[in-house]
Design a protein around this ligand. Structure first.
Ligand SMILES: [Zn+2]
Length: 666
């Protein structure tokens, strides 16, 4: 064996520690020197131990961790700060990947649910020393900081019911860290822990001592600074662990009721994100694609996508602006008036809109004297809304944001969520946030496309990756009950987004239920919302639609006809990509949103143009991708002297004869 060097070895510091022992169970080739063999407080000691070569990954787990002893400062300095800096320097010089085991205690520990981007504020000296280590790790290329907390044994006689944490069993933590160490593509900071925060009492009771005595923090003598809620948002970690190598996760359990009996009924192919418009320079680069398929939960009746793409890929820079159509502005005005009346709101009361977009709806509430706050994760839209005087927080909605909002602005009497609920993956967290801050007699108003229209009117093109759920009253009632809330009224808008339901929700028993709720539930039962058949029949109709439209387009293009599209919206993009229509058949898409001009549609790569271009060009047909605005669009095209015809793509492809005096076409 002389002269043989094992390459790509993983070295873990703190070889005598519990984490290193767990890691050794996963990989017996791991190098895990004890402190006597390698002392990180001396750079030379690291050099000499690693002189044999072969170390390409360092998991730096060694640290002084007697968190509760404030006299440990010297150890903190030597091991946690200087030692980490030495390890970082060694990794930098030897181009090794560095994975640093940091702590959840670097966060302030007050409100919990900290994301990787949350500001840090170490609560005690141990935490300060871990943060000191983090700073040196940041100077090493492709390094990873793991903020975590784990336990081996917590066999306590008493446990705090008011101290929350994302802490996980050490075996789970070791496995996660090992997998992350091998994932060269994961760098920066990552929170690693259990997705649902638990109190110390809950952990001890469920895993170690069923007879544990519940205590409050104030009941026990604590001589050191102890965070009250150091729980973390572990979304990034959870997605990485479930997805394998893509940025998506598989939806194997119903989002609402948790059932695993999901019946897959429609496959729309692997398509690019419907709102990811492409710039000219990016035309030749591959686009992100993901499976777009639908399944129904046969227990609660929620129809949902089979895959969930990471929200950052979809919502950070949204080109859609809600106030572009007059119809929608009018709808917002009515929604503001009605919901204030139903809630009995007085001028000066607080209204919150979740996913407030450019602030269109909130401006209508403001017009009738309400105080408003919007929540929207799209940076560009939040900036725009604030500039227009609509106070908007640029964040994702979560229970911790709910706490912040209530503390700053008071309890909202109306909370609206229009065209967002169907986009939410963790609906339980969403509703929990609403339930935690809604005023006692307040109302929560949800508007979303109606699943009975989706199926009944063949609206398959309203499926896209952002649109995770296809909602009916039946599953909504189930969801709200789980959070002590009631659906107490329903309204229906046939012309909005192809059929929209507005659901009024309150705290249980606070508003009287109208008979309409029962009517909707009966209608959905008659439809078969939890059965397989209506969905399968729908899929068959959609596939027939696809064949027919393909034939029509092939025939017209072969006959020398020029076809453009109208409406480069998300639904239009789903439609063309599913129907396999590309820029060869349809080179240009007209769109009314000036922000989209100059871009190309995802997948099909149609160039997006303004309506003026129609004037000087010979176009025989406009494919009406925004078929729900058919009348408005035809009128607009006629106004610019467009003389060609229109192709209505769904539900049965139809040519609307052109307006010139030529022979009628078939
Ligand atoms: Zn379900």
């Amino acid at each position: 064996m002389t002269g043989y060097v094992v390459q790509n070895r993983i070295l873990v510091t703190g070889g005598a520690g519990q984490l290193a022992k767990e890691l050794l169970k996963l990989d017996r080739d791991l190098l895990a020197p004890s402190r006597n063999e390698m002392d990180v407080s001396s750079y030379d000691s690291i050099e000499s131990y690693c002189a044999k070569g072969g170390v390409s990954v360092v998991i730096h787990a060694g640290a002084v961790t007697n968190k509760f002893n404030e006299d440990a400062d010297e150890g903190y300095l030597l091991s946690n700060i200087i030692g980490t800096a030495n390890v970082a320097l060694w990794c930098r010089r030897h181009h090794a990947r560095l994975v640093y085991i940091s702590s959840d205690y670097v966060y302030p520990g007050e409100r919990g649910d900290y994301s990787e981007e949350s500001p840090v504020l170490p609560v005690n000296r141990y935490a300060a020393s871990k943060l000191g280590g983090e700073c040196s790790v940041l100077l090493v290329a492709n390094s990873l900081i793991v903020r975590t907390s784990f336990y081996r044994e917590l066999n306590f006689a008493q446990g705090c019911t008011d101290q929350y944490t994302s802490r996980m069993p050490i075996g789970e933590a070791a496995e996660a860290i090992y997998r992350l160490a091998l994932r060269e593509d994961v760098a920066g900071v990552i929170n690693v822990g259990r997705p649902v925060p638990r109190s110390i009492f809950d952990i001890v009771k469920s895993e170690f001592n069923p007879d544990v005595r519940p205590v409050r923090r104030r009941d026990i003598a604590i001589t050191y600074a102890l965070p009250h809620d150091s729980s973390m948002d572990t979304t990034r970690f959870n997605n990485l662990m479930t997805e394998g190598t893509t940025a998506s996760k598989i939806q194997s359990q119903c989002r609402i009721c948790g059932s695993v009996t999901l019946d897959r009924y429609l496959d729309l192919g692997s398509t690019p994100l419907a709102n990811s418009y492409v710039t000219r320079t990016d035309l030749s680069s591959p686009e992100f694609r993901e499976e777009l398929s639908l399944q129904v939960c046969t227990r609660c009746g929620l129809s949902q996508l089979t895959r969930v793409v990471h929200p950052d890929l979809m919502f950070k820079n949204y080109l859609y602006v809600s106030s572009t159509t007059a119809t929608f502005r009018k709808h917002c005005e009515e929604l503001a008036r009605t919901s204030c009346r139903v809630a009995g709101a007085k001028p000066g009361d607080m209204v919150m809109d979740i996913a407030s977009n450019d602030g269109c709806l909130l401006s209508k509430f403001q017009d009738i004297g309400m105080r408003v706050v919007g929540i929207d994760p799209a940076e560009n839209l939040a900036t725009e809304a604030n500039a227009a005087g609509i106070r908007t927080l640029n964040v994702y909605w979560s229970p911790s944001i709910a706490k912040d909002v209530t503390a700053r602005f008071g309890d909202p009497v109306v909370i609206t969520a229009t065209n967002v609920f169907a986009h939410v993956d963790d609906v339980h967290k969403f509703v929990e946030g609403v339930a935690s801050c809604l005023a006692r007699r307040g109302i929560f108003v949800i508007e979303c496309p109606y699943v009975l229209d989706f199926i009944g009117k063949n609206e398959f093109d309203t499926a896209y990756h952002e649109h995770l759920s296809y909602i009916g009253i039946t599953p909504l009632v189930t969801l709200m009950r789980m959070h002590e809330m009631d659906v107490f009224d329903v309204e229906y808008f046939a012309d909005l987004h192809g059929g929209t339901i507005r659901t009024y929700v309150c705290r249980r028993g606070e508003h009287e239920r109208t008979p309409r709720v029962a009517e909707y539930l009966e209608r959905e039962t008659a439809f078969g919302i939890t059965a397989r058949e209506p969905y399968r029949a729908f899929a068959e109709r959609v596939l027939l639609n696809k064949r027919q439209l393909r034939e029509l387009i092939d025939r017209e293009v072969a006959g020398g006809k020029v076809i453009w599209a109208y409406g480069a919206s998300a639904k239009g993009n789903t439609l063309v990509n599913f129907f396999e229509i590309s820029d060869r058949d349809v080179p240009v898409a007209i769109d009314d949103n000036p922000k989209k001009r100059g871009y190309f549609t995802p997948g099909a790569h149609m160039r997006i143009a303004g309506i003026q271009e129609l004037a000087g060009t010979r176009v025989d047909y406009l494919l009406l991708l925004a078929w729900n605005f058919q009348k408005e669009i035809i009128a607009r095209c006629q106004a610019v002297q467009y003389a060609g015809g229109f192709i209505l793509p769904v539900p049965v492809p139809t040519i609307i004869p052109d307006t010139s005096a030529g022979a009628p076409r078939k």
